[in-house]
Design a protein around this ligand. Sequence first.
Ligand code: SAM
Length: 323
Amino acid sequence: MKSRSAEFRRLWGYSVGFYGVWIAHIGRQTGLFDRLSKGTLSAKDLASSTGLYGPAVQAWASAAESYGFVTKSDGKLELAPQVAELLLDRSHPEYLGGQIAYLALRSLEFGKLAGLFKQGATHPVVSNFEAIEEATHWDHFAFLNAIRRNKSLDLLLRKGCRFLDVGCGTGTLIAKLLNEYPRTNFVGIDASRKAIGQARKLLGAKTFRLMKAEAMAFSNEFDIAYLGESLYSAQNKQKATDNCFRALKKNGIIAVIEGLLPTSEIRADENKLIMGMQLDFALQGHRFLTSKEIQSILKKSGFRSVRLKALGGAVYLITARKQ
Ligand SMILES: C[S@@+](CC[C@H](N)C(=O)[O-])C[C@H]1O[C@@H](n2cnc3c(N)ncnc32)[C@H](O)[C@@H]1O
């Protein structure tokens, strides 16, 4: 490889990275990593203890060893350092398992990209919500940590307030928040019947309403309105945030978590994921907002004290207040 040009090695790295994503995803999805996190064992014993097909586990194990996910000594496989935290621990700040699962699952629909480029045909996410749920656990823990660090917000939720989750998906954020803030009253709305159905199964029917953000008619009722990776997909973003403004009480807070498209340093490693993900979003008929666009939308709705906090990988927590 040393004799190859730098450009060749760069492109070779992309091919290897593709398989790296799949080795990691399969290791998580099938429970192979999980089993290895409990102790070392041979590939044969790994297959029998997980009930998986032996030859496939053998192939995975040697691939995982080659890619550094596991090490082998005396014929026994062991998880490499940090793999458990980075790929299995959802609350770890450097958790990448969700992102890897999202990439693997979404790539199953990328055959449709040809139609986008030839006819402009967009394609909503048809898979169940697994890819989205996997990816958003990271956002949820980042949001929870931001709340815990903000003493007044933490106290407000602890004492009990009213929290509106706009585009709540399958309700997994509300489940996490309820666990920590049982005195707070949560309402989740989502435009997808399927998502609301799953959310109701998780936490009961009362908390969730099938509704578009653009059609919300709440007025002066909530202390916090949260939009977790949902604003980008609202057809009328201004109407969605106008409705959040009206839904909030005076001094209420809007909190948005979104990937924001960088306008500089697009070759930086930190920004490469979102730059690539533009293809996935274009296929769904969406695009990422820039920080300028989101600030302007929030200010037009009447929000003040707009603040952006970088959470890493071009994902931001944007907060603003209704004064
Ligand atoms: C990427 S998912 C995020 C789900 C959830 N907020 C989370 O963090 O787990 C985006 C969600 O927004 C919903 N959504 C998209 N446009 C919407 C709209 N205009 N009004 C309400 N919900 C919307 C989708 O149905 C989907 O469930």
